[in-house]
Design a protein around this ligand. Structure first.
Ligand code: ADP
Ligand code: MG
Length: 448
């Protein structure tokens, strides 16, 4: 088995011998590169600074890419990370006018592989796909705002980036601003603190299109919601397009102000749902093809059958199998796929668990309706189901007690703490009950 360092050493040798790079340039620019990993179709390396990265990208990218292909035998793109990028970004953010007219740093947040072409369309996402494409073709046309919602790992971020990529190709001058809700909130709070709101507003309001990912995180943040509402109005009134994503419909985002809910509901709502088996098979094939990686039909089908609700996991499994193939030549089999699937499922990385899923799973298992669980009051069964849901949310998400309370018609912090303790005590005493709760959690984790 070849380690990533061994593969990289082979790359270096090729560069040194064949690439026509002088010894001086080699020592200055190539030796500072550290191999990191093979991720999907990219060979990821890192360098200490953004400056070095830019030079390497401009001067040596093609020689390095060819050397990687020669060393591995397959075309991979070279992805260079700069270790000081985060720091540099943070510094830029604190400079009052640095970002005023410079939106280019935001293109760095856009994944160039997330395009309409690489998105597999099926019956559960075709509407979202079509509306996203229509927005990219004709921003601020029929679908404004566009609100894309659905569970984790189903392509919402992919579609947002696809809009950005498409618009950017069509019009290099277009002012495209993509950010996450979390980023928006942080930048707003910094601007508030440093009294640089005019800069913040200029940046967010003078755009042709504003795309905000995971808007559900606005819930509970009153001041940020107010700012977002005003941003929304300003962008729209100036003829700009708004696109947002969320893990649920607007009217299910507890504590989102009514005026924002109604603005979103008045626009175009498009959902993405877990794809059916036929689409999943196409996704597996398409992801493998993008990597120029052959996976036997029975293995493709196996992966598609096993991973039902989260495309991110499908991708994770294929990347893992591909990595094994590149490093030690292992041809994927059902057996190795099974292992990779078990790995992905055990990973604690973004498990596709949303509040909505927890509640619907509790509802299904405990026979109480979702609406009853979400409302206050009710009979003993309902209360029990609500407590179980609160307990599970606390266990498998990082939400605070108070945020959890908001999901249940505004229960306060102490009620949720009490529910949590009550359920953990009961689980200690009653093994059948414990098994029920654990079963729900297991189902959620494996995405049933
Ligand atoms: P979300 O934002 O909904 O949580 P992402 O857009 O991050 O999900 O998607 C997770 C991964 O799955 C991404 O790598 C994305 O490219 C991939 N993916 C999701 N849906 C599709 C699809 N229909 N076709 C191709 N890839 C997809
Ligand atoms: Mg996302």
């Amino acid at each position: 088995m070849r380690s990533i360092q061994e593969v990289w050493n082979a790359v270096l040798q090729i560069v040194q011998n064949d690439a026509g790079i002088s010894q001086a340039a080699f020592e200055l620019w190539i030796e500072c590169i550290t191999p990191v990993a093979i991720e999907g179709e990219a060979f990821v390396v890192s360098v200490p600074s953004v400056f070095q990265r830019d030079i390497i990208e401009q001067q040596f990218a093609s020689q390095l890419t060819s050397a990687v292909e020669a060393a591995i035998g397959l075309p991979l793109s070279l992805f260079i990370r700069a270790e000081d990028e985060e720091q540099q970004k943070a510094e830029e953010d604190t400079m009052d006018d640095s970002l005023r007219h410079d939106l280019s740093s935001y293109y760095k947040m856009i994944n160039p592989f997330y395009t309409f072409k690489t998105f597999v369309v099926g019956p559960t996402n075709n509407f979202a796909y079509a509306t996203a494409q229509s927005v990219a073709d004709k921003p601020a046309g029929a679908y404004n705002p566009l609100f894309i919602w659905g569970g984790s790992g189903l392509g919402k971020t992919h579609l947002l980036h696809a809009i950005c990529n498409e618009m950017h190709i069509k019009n290099r001058q277009a002012k495209i601003l993509y950010t996450t809700c979390e980023n928006f909130t942080n930048e707003f709070l910094i601007a508030l603190n440093r009294q640089t709101l005019p800069d913040f507003r200029q940046k967010y309001r003078e755009v042709d299109i504003l795309l905000i990912d995971d808007i559900q995180f606005l819930a509970n943040k009153e001041q940020t919601q107010e700012e977002f509402f005003n941003t929304f109005e300003a962008v729209k009134n100036a003829g700009g397009q708004i696109v947002v994503t969320s893990d649920r419909r607007p009217n299910e985002i507890a504590t989102l102000t009514d005026r924002l809910k109604s603005r979103f509901e008045a626009g175009m709502l498009a959902d993405v749902q877990p794809p059916p088996i036929e689409t999943r098979i196409l996704i597996v094939r398409s992801k493998a093809e993008q990597l120029h990686f052959h996976i036997d039909k029975n293995v493709c089908d196996y992966i598609a059958r096993e991973l039902k609700t989260n495309v991110r996991q499908i991708e994770g499994v294929i990347n893992k199998l591909h990595g094994e193939y590149l490093l030690n030549g292992t041809i994927p089999t059902e057996r190795s796929a099974e292992e990779a699937i078990a790995n992905v499922r055990n990973d604690n990385q973004p498990v596709a668990v949303t509040v909505e899923k927890v509640i619907s799973e509790v509802s299904r298992t405990m026979g109480v309706s979702v609406d009853d669980i979400r409302a206050k009051g009710g009979n003993a069964n309902i209360k029990q189901a609500r407590k179980v849901a609160a307990y599970i949310i606390r266990e498998i998400t990082k939400m605070k007690m108070e945020e959890i309370g908001n999901e249940f018609g505004g229960l306060d912090h102490s009620t949720i703490s009490y529910a949590y303790k009550n359920i953990s005590d009961k689980m200690k005493k009653d093994t059948t009950f414990k098994a029920v709760v654990e079963d729900i959690m297991k189902n959620l984790k494996i995405g049933c």
